[in-house]
Design a protein around this ligand. Structure first.
Ligand code: PHE
Length: 452
């Protein structure tokens, strides 16, 4: 049990704030043309993400076990169909798949800790920063080394079950990350590209929004809040009953969103000040951040610290990716924690090799159209598995659990707030997910053509 409300907030924030905010949000915003995409993403966070996160915490706290077993005992207790348990299993699978590429990208951050410390970026030009990153992408062995290192760190931490140590770390390092982000945003203000960056992020040009962008915005809302796969549900199992779910969830979602927006405000000014391409893809953070620090006094020091903190934020997220599987193996199968951790690590590491290769040796191997192995994993987990998982979690909370359980868990006192929550979790959030799926299937351009 977390000993107080803040410990859960810290752990959940540690899970939510990660590569999704710092690396992924800026680059997919760049790929999707900015403003309109950002607005859709914010709407998804508020209307879909928050209710589903509440559903996850409340299911976890009511079940008090790993997600698979919480779902199992709640379906049995309330005589629901056994198929609900599949939602827990889907989460376990999603966690493995996501961790496999998450560890590769986190490895990039570790590599950049050393690149920054070497001071090589002092006064570098945009072209040089791009070239340095491309060179790294072209070295599978080097990338594999960092991937392995990150995975080993995760396995080491989770096998020792140092959740307690983790919270102390989050408590100190997370604020430090915010400070460094603020330094970067401050640099952005002076870089000469700030107005353009802000305009890109918040200027609404609906013409730039595509069906694929809409789908990405929804998927990213799930990814960045760690939703749809049981990570938050697993942590919810340790939340004391005195904690208000609504307040905590809103706090976490707001914090997570602020970090993503700050990352965007740090990165896009540098993009425009240096004539870089906002839609250049996954390398965006690894090109712009070294550039910015390279032009600052003490840049090597700050830059090193920044990537260290990115790596740290990635570790706290990676830990939560393993928690549904780990908790299940330990409680159900009586496997030793260290064995389960090693098993998860090996499977994810192997899968991760595919992601490593998709940036070099397999860069031209395309699956389902234009996708590399990494693209496919990223798309399948974030755009499909997480939203589907979240959809079922919301439906389960809203319709399969007795209303008395909901009221008790959410501390609902009035009929109005009960209706309000049911409307959000049982109607708005599921319809939001379904609507985006439907638009993606039909195609936004077709819809636009019909409308005009
Ligand atoms: N939310 C994490 C991030 O933004 C990633 C994550 C997804 C963690 C799903 C756990 C579960 O980086």
């Amino acid at each position: 049990m977390w000993s107080n409300r803040w410990l859960f907030v810290l752990a959940a924030a540690g899970s939510a704030v990660g590569l999704g905010n710092l690396w992924r949000f800026p680059y997919i915003t760049g790929e999707n043309g900015g403003g309109a995409f950002v607005l859709i993403y914010l709407i998804c966070i508020a209307l879909v993400g928050i209710p589903i996160m509440m559903a996850e915490v409340l299911i976890g706290r009511e079940g008090r076990q790993s997600p698979v077993n919480s779902m199992r005992s709640l379906t049995q207790q309330h005589h629901r169909h056994r198929a609900w348990v599949l939602v827990g299993w889907m989460g376990v699978v999603a966690g493995f798949l996501i961790l496999s590429f998450y560890a590769v990208i986190a490895g990039w951050a570790l590599k950049y800790v050393f690149s920054m410390a070497g001071g090589g970026f002092a006064g570098a030009s945009g072209d040089q920063a791009v070239a340095a990153f491309d060179q790294f992408l072209g070295s599978p062995w080097e990338m594999l080394l960092w991937h392995t290192l990150f995975m080993a760190l995760v396995v080491f931490i989770i096998s020792r079950g140092v959740v307690a140590g983790l919270e102390t770390a989050v408590r100190w390092l997370m604020p430090l990350l915010f400070v460094l982000l603020a330094v970067l945003v401050g640099y952005g203000v002076t870089s000469g590209g700030f107005a353009q960056g802000v305009d890109f992020m918040f200027g609404l040009e609906w013409g730039k929004l595509t069906g694929a962008g809409l789908f990405d915005a929804l998927g990213h809302a799930f990814f960045t809040l760690s939703l749809g796969m049981g990570a938050i549900m697993a942590y919810g199992a340790y939340v004391p009953s005195s904690v208000s779910i609504t307040n905590t969830v809103v706090t976490i979602a707001v914090l997570d969103t602020l970090v993503a927006l700050a990352a965007g405000l740090a990165i896009f000014p540098v993009v425009f000040a240096n004539g870089l391409e906002p839609g250049q893809g996954p390398g965006l953070m690894f090109v712009t951040v070294p550039l910015a620090f390279g032009q600052m006094p003490l840049g090597a020091l700050f830059g090193t610290l920044f990537f260290l903190l990115v790596g740290f934020a990635a570790i706290t997220s990676a830990i939560s990716l393993t928690e549904p599987a780990l908790a299940y193996f330990v409680e159900q199968r009586n496997v030793k924690r260290s064995k389960a951790a090693a098993g998860i690590g090996v499977v994810c590491w192997l899968l991760g090799v595919g992601t490593v290769l998709s940036f070099n040796e397999w860069a031209d191997v395309h699956l389902l159209g234009q996708m590399t192995f990494f693209d496919l994993l990223d798309y399948f987990t974030q755009n499909i598995l997480l939203p589907l998982g979240g959809l079922f979690i919301a439906l389960f909370a809203a319709y399969a659990l007795p209303k008395a359980v909901l009221k008790h868990q959410l501390g609902i006192k009035t009929a109005l707030s009960e209706k309000g929550w049911l409307l959000l979790a049982g109607v708005v959030a599921p319809l939001g997910v379904l609507a985006v799926f439907l638009v993606t299937i039909i195609g936004l351009d077709n819809i636009r053509a019909w409308l005009s």
